[in-house]
Design a protein around this ligand. Structure first.
Ligand SMILES: [Zn+2]
Length: 497
């Protein structure tokens, strides 16, 4: 009798819980249901494609070793841009920063409103073996509806789209109310310390208050990138992960391999790496990634919609769903990647030193210090040295997706990108961008261009076969053109004034 009652209570409880889960899912209406008229601004950017192709022909490869940089390529690119965008370069104040970066200032008609910063970078990563490219990396070929070459997606499109937008606005006699800055760094791919960092210092010294918002590369429009979501998604980066590389090292006396110690230097370092891989960083669905799910879940299939609408209860399930896919896992945890290992010189000689290089991408909420501390704890071996390598930085702050400039970006995407059911969502950028140098100058730092890409095109960034469709080129220019105009209606929050 008592058993029966317990079963009934449990069943009633389960039914009630299911009802709660489903009701929460049903009540979860889209966050961005503003409907706007799509305009055909893109048609006015028919020549953008050819001008981008021209910019690709300058091999502006950056290098950690500045003596290896082909400065002529950068200066020739400057001259080219000056040539094809006479309106911009004749109207805006142009400054070269650290010799090869550009800072352009389009003075507004009033000083009362916080300025806006649009960013891009002039440098590219090396193309790799020529044989991998069907269309030469610096040929700037236009074929099959695409512009081909290194830098088409990352990130000469960002530079060209901004210049296209401003050139056209100037030709139309447009005068912005607030000041716009265009900042194009020359060393983003090697850390940005001479380009964006110096531009940020320059602006910090000039600005009275903060910038209204900053827009850089980093997010894009994805189709089929998220499991269970069949609508296209505009991923607007509101945060980016931090970056840390640690070198693990072990020293040993060496000697003949016929009389080895219990653990060699190679063994010690390998054990440390194995311990780290066995204990990934804890997964969390918070910050920008949680905001992303809140934006996209109304568009998911029934099962996933129920799951993602009830993160309060089902977050562990979401974590395990995401952890199964490397791309998704990067959005919910600090990642650990063992990328290099070295030790020993000869098969029968004991190594005196072994090292391993581990690259971490740090989730907002953690820091270089907390990550290093955890690594030390997990390796749990005082004989393994742990030291940071080269560039490292903490994750960015998370810009509030409820702030007015985010709504402005969202509206502009929907006005200029001709895609049915396009959802605009906040996003955690798993890679690093130059925009991180500006998080002290604005509360609203976004990383986005409306390039529509699939997984195969994403893989060409830093790989071979990089390309961008003519349609994407026009869409990016149209988006920035409209964004500048729409900024007139932007009500800056109290924080900006
Ligand atoms: Zn880039």
């Amino acid at each position: 009798m008592r058993m029966k009652r317990i079963i009934v209570v449990v069943l009633v409880g389960l039914v009630a819980l299911s009802a709660v889960l489903v009701v929460r899912a049903v009540l979860d209406v889209p966050v961005d249901d503003d409907r706007v008229e799509r305009t055909a601004i893109a048609d006015g950017f028919a020549e953008a494609e050819e001008r981008l192709a021209g910019a690709i022909r300058f091999p502006t490869i950056s290098s950690q070793d500045t003596s290896l940089v082909d400065t002529t390529a950068f200066l020739s690119l400057h001259a080219y841009l000056r040539d094809v965008y006479p309106g911009v370069f004749g109207t805006l104040r142009v400054e070269r920063i650290s010799g090869l970066s550009l800072l352009l200032t389009w003075e507004g008609s009033t000083q009362d409103r916080p300025p806006v910063l649009l960013m891009g970078h002039l440098d590219v990563v090396p193309p790799g073996a020529d044989s991998l490219w069907v269309h030469p990396p610096f040929g700037g070929e236009r074929l099959d509806g695409f512009v081909w070459g290194r830098g088409t997606l990352d990130d000469k499109i960002g530079v060209v789209a901004a210049l296209e937008a401003v050139e056209r606005l100037i030709a139309e006699g447009y005068q912005p109310e607030r000041t716009f800055y265009l900042a194009f760094g020359h060393d983003e791919e090697v850390g940005g310390s001479n380009g964006a960092a110096v531009i940020a210092d320059t602006l910090a010294a000039r600005l009275d208050g903060k910038l209204s918002f900053v827009l850089d590369e980093g997010g894009f429009v994805g189709n089929g990138l998220l499991d269970g979501l069949d609508v296209p998604v505009a991923l607007v980066g509101v945060a980016e992960k931090g970056y840390l590389t640690l070198e693990l090292s072990a020293l040993a006396p060496g000697g003949h391999s016929s009389a080895p110690p219990e653990v060699t230097a190679v063994g010690r370092v390998s054990r440390a790496v194995a311990r780290l891989e066995a204990k990934p960083f804890p997964a969390r669905v918070d910050g920008a990634t949680r905001a992303m799910f809140e934006h996209v879940r109304p568009y998911m299939g029934v099962t996933r919609r129920v799951i993602f609408s009830n993160l309060w209860l089902l977050e562990p399930l979401v974590r395990s769903l995401m952890a199964a896919d490397a791309g998704a896992a990067a959005l919910i945890r600090t990642t650990t990647a063992a990328t290099m290992i070295r030790g020993g010189v000869k098969e029968n000689v004991l190594p005196t030193k072994a090292t391993a290089i581990i690259n971490f991408r740090i989730l907002p909420g953690e820091t270089i210090d907390t990550v290093t501390e955890r690594v030390r704890r997990i390796i749990d071996d005082p004989d393994v040295g742990i030291a940071p390598v080269n560039v490292y930085f903490d994750p960015s702050p998370v810009s509030d997706p409820a702030a007015p400039p985010f709504a402005l970006v969202r509206r502009t995407v929907r006005e200029t990108i001709d895609m049915e059911d396009l959802v605009v969502t906040p996003f955690l950028v798993p890679a690093a961008t130059d925009s991180r140098y500006f998080t002290g100058l604005s509360d609203n730092v976004y990383r986005f261009l409306p390039v529509v890409v699939g997984r195969d095109e994403l893989e060409t960034i830093h790989g071979a076969g990089e390309r961008i469709s003519a349609e994407n080129v026009r869409a990016c220019a149209a988006f920035l053109y409209q964004l500048i105009r729409n900024t007139e209606q932007l009500k800056d929050g109290p924080a900006d004034q």
